[in-house]
Design a protein around this ligand. Structure first.
Ligand SMILES: O=C(CO)COP(=O)(O)O
Length: 256
């Protein structure tokens, strides 16, 4: 049985001070992380060191970056490398979030290069895919997402693939308060798992956690996380408050 992964993408929220406060809030909430739940937080780059220090005695909460460059170092103003993320104890990195694709020119090609680099340097990529409202209305959502998954994984070998996490995040559901229905999420997650099985094997596909992201909140987490191919959530807004994030952790613990 796969563990469910409850992951917080803090986006451009929480400098070091607020990061310390939020993580203390999570730790002081008294939540015990269930054995069958993995928990991940992804603060902004500038707050990762503080987060790492705060999480020193909370080994069951993993740390991740929100982006990484595909080169080791060099003249890339504003960027961070895999080694820098690892130096502050990141185990994961979010790649290809739709906001990065939309505002910062990320393409399937850059997402692929970053995925290959992250795996090479033993950071687990959380690869984000998802269709726009226009694409869903045009009934192109499956094709679009299939292509995004395939493109991200060019050159990724089967034995590395077990380190992957995929996040299905329909763009129309991000920060809008509108979620995919449980059936819509299940349909897309099952399709993504099929793509992974075609690329690798059913066993490998079954071992990869596929997260849902897009307005996941305590009130809708149970119905989404109960779907057989939904292996967790990538949570934006609701991960910024200790109580809503820990509520989702508890809901996941009761399910898996
Ligand atoms: O983009 C998301 C997580 O990466 C989802 O954000 P919201 O939960 O705020 O909709």
């Amino acid at each position: 049985m796969r563990n469910l992964l409850v992951a917080g993408n803090w986006k451009m929220n929480c400098g070091p001070g607020e990061t310390a406060a939020l993580l203390q809030g999570i730790k002081n909430s008294g939540v015990t992380i269930p054995d069958n739940v993995d928990v991940l937080v992804c603060p902004p780059t500038i707050s990762l060191k503080t987060a790492s220090e705060e999480l020193q005695e909370a080994e069951d909460i993993a740390l991740g970056g929100q982006n990484v460059h595909s080169e080791d170092n060099g003249a890339y103003t504003g960027e961070v490398s895999t080694k820098m993320l690892k130096e502050v104890n990141c185990e994961y990195v979010i790649l290809g979030h739709s906001e990065r694709r939309q505002y910062f020119g990320e393409t399937d090609k850059t997402v692929n290069a970053k995925t290959v680099k992250a795996l090479e340097d033993e950071l687990r990529p959380v690869i984000c895919v998802g269709e726009s409202l226009k694409q869903r209305k045009a009934n192109e959502h499956k094709l679009v997402v299939r292509k995004q998954v395939e493109a991200a994984l060019i050159g990724v070998e089967e034995q590395q693939a077990e380190q992957l996490v995929i996040a299905y995040e329909p763009i129309w559901a991000i920060g809008t308060g509108e979620t995919a229905t449980p059936d819509q999420a299940q349909e897309m997650h099952a399709m993504i798992r099929e793509v992974l099985a075609d690329l690798y094997s059913q066993d490998t596909a079954d071992s990869i956690q596929i997260l849902y992201g897009g307005s996941m909140k305590p009130h809708n987490a149970e119905e989404l996380l109960s779907q057989s191919d939904v292996d967790g959530g990538l949570i934006g807004g609701a991960s910024l408050k200790a109580d809503s994030f820990t509520d989702i952790i508890k809901i996941a613990g009761n399910l898996s």
